[in-house]
Design a protein around this ligand. Structure first.
Ligand code: SF4
Length: 508
């Protein structure tokens, strides 16, 4: 008799914290419970075969926005091949608006919300009776002190090859309407000393990469300082074998004590994900996001200038009340602060989030299929939204990749517009018109395209080749260096040798 806990992770390197939390809290059923993780893109029949090889009585699936379509197919196949296996669903994607979801119709039971206590209780009922009367079970939320932390369940292979997700707290006190955490109302902390003792064990076992899933790391400064000190102690004791920690922070709350701690982290050891989402106060008010923009900007600037923390700052396009001009102003404002990466996301309608209250008034049209991306609003029509989607994709390839560090400022600061957003949008539109693609563009080809675009904007050919050369100089990937540059340089050489009039045609 086996209970399986399964999910499809977005990548192999993402070890599911949710499944491990459930396993840690299975109580007397833990001995008969096993994990079986997959990665999206795996063949459904192969997954069915692997699951059934365990001869499970019950399979619990973690369902998320990124895996709901594939998990639906998997459950449908399982129900055909082995209808006797009891399927229990859980996870944020199926915790709201459940009745209309085909995966829920296919499954036997559903646990909404927290599953740590309710899932094992449901399994006991399924195995030993009485048979559960209800299909949908609202997850009980126990005090965190009553839960067993899951960190011992990370295997040596997880520690060696995967990102270790950890949580010092659950929930969020803020109410941003596009976010599922808006439903939490508050944040609940785990006992910090017990939590750090678990991290200590992980570190002793060789763990060096810790990603905190806490929605707001800098909510309780006393706790934040303790966690930071844990990592600073490790860094001091093992400078040759450093740890790396990733935290999500709110940008407008960075007291001096926290700044002092942050300053002590050497390069390559600390990463912050910072949500700005929008700099437009009217949009912020509409989505109930409380944010002091001046303070947030000041803190991001401070972090860039005084710390070695790597900063990813999030913006969301497609929020109610935001038009392209307002989004562009926010983008340019953020760019001026010079964070290392701007994560440019397009609004998604997560099931259960209160943002739907704006649907009618702001003409919000969402894709009916996961991940429910916004397609149009009353201020951004479908075509303009598509342009933003492509901008986001090319921004990742050109800016966030870090592969065009010298070329990027030339793209953004073109004399043709004072707005870096407008300048990059021209590149984005040109790239799409030229390639008809936003993915599967090999880096070598992208480099040549960027050089061509710079020339088409009026830059001297040799200068364009030289700036690309400076981006590739010193890169480990010599294949890129030789192929991309040779192409760009060859073009520049040919053009330099050609009469000027002829050269103009060769840029086309
Ligand atoms: S966006 Fe961030 S701050 Fe806002 S509710 Fe979600 S987790 Fe909390």
């Amino acid at each position: 008799m086996t209970i399986l806990l399964s999910t499809l992770n977005a990548r192999y390197t993402h070890a599911s914290l949710g499944l491990r939390c459930l396993l840690a809290n299975m109580g007397e059923l833990q001995g008969v419970t096993q994990l079986q993780e997959f990665v999206i893109g795996a063949r459904a029949t192969d997954m069915v075969e692997k699951l059934l090889a365990h001869q499970p009585r019950i399979i619990g699936f973690g369902v998320y926005i990124w895996n709901v379509e594939e998990t639906t197919k998997l459950v449908a196949l399982l129900k055909r091949v082995a209808p006797e296996v009891v399927i229990v669903l859980g996870g944020p994607e199926v915790s709201h608006e459940s009745n209309e979801q085909s995966i829920v119709q296919l499954a036997d039971y559903l646990v909404t919300g927290w599953g740590d206590v309710t899932f094992p209780a449901l399994c006991k009922q399924i195995l030993y009776g009485p048979k559960p009367l209800m299909k949908i079970h609202a997850g009980v939320q126990p005090p965190l002190a009553e839960l067993t932390m899951p960190y011992q369940l990370y295997t040596d292979e997880d520690i060696a090859h995967r990102t270790l997700y950890v949580e010092a707290s659950r929930g969020c006190p803020f109410k941003c309407e596009f976010c599922l955490s808006a439903l939490d109302k508050t944040a609940w902390p785990f006992d910090i000393d017990l939590f750090l003792a678990e991290l200590e064990v992980l570190h002793a076992r060789g763990a060096r990469l810790f990603k905190f899933v806490d929605r707001t790391f800098n909510l309780n400064i006393k706790t934040s300082l303790k966690i930071m000190q844990f990592f600073l102690d490790k860094l001091e004791a093992n400078p040759q074998d450093p740890v790396f920690a990733h935290f999500e922070v709110v940008p407008d709350h960075l007291p001096d004590a926290l700044k002092e701690g942050i300053m002590k982290f050497p390069p390559g050891t600390l990463q912050f994900e910072i949500g700005i989402q929008s700099f437009n106060p009217e949009v912020q008010a509409l989505v109930s996001r409380k944010q002091n923009n001046e303070k947030a900007a000041e803190n991001i600037r401070w972090l860039c200038e005084h710390s070695h923390a790597h900063l990813h700052v999030d913006l969301i396009a497609g929020l109610p009340g935001e038009d392209i001009a307002s989004f562009a102003r926010g983008f340019d404002r953020l760019l001026e602060l010079q964070p290392h990466e701007i994560q440019f996301g397009i609004l998604k309608r997560l099931r259960g989030t209160p943002i739907i209250r704006h649907t009618e008034q702001y003409g919000m049209v969402f894709d009916p299929y996961p991940p429910y991306t916004i397609l149009a609003t009353d201020r951004i029509d479908f075509n303009a939204m598509q342009q933003l989607v492509r901008f986001a994709r090319y921004w990742d390839l050109v800016a966030n990749s870090g592969r065009f560090a010298h070329t990027l400022p030339l793209i953004l600061n073109s004399p043709l517009s004072a707005s870096p957003f407008a300048n990059f949008m021209r590149l984005s539109n040109w790239l799409y018109a030229t390639t008809d693609a936003t993915n599967r563009i090999a880096l070598e080809r992208l480099a040549v395209l960027v050089a061509q675009w710079l020339v088409s904007e009026g830059m001297d050919e040799e200068q364009a080749a030289a700036v690309l050369r400076s981006d590739y100089a010193g890169q480990a990937n010599t294949k890129l260096k030789t192929q991309a540059l040779k192409k760009a340089e060859k073009t520049a050489e040919k053009k330099a040798a050609a009469p000027q009039r002829q050269a103009r045609h060769m840029t086309a």
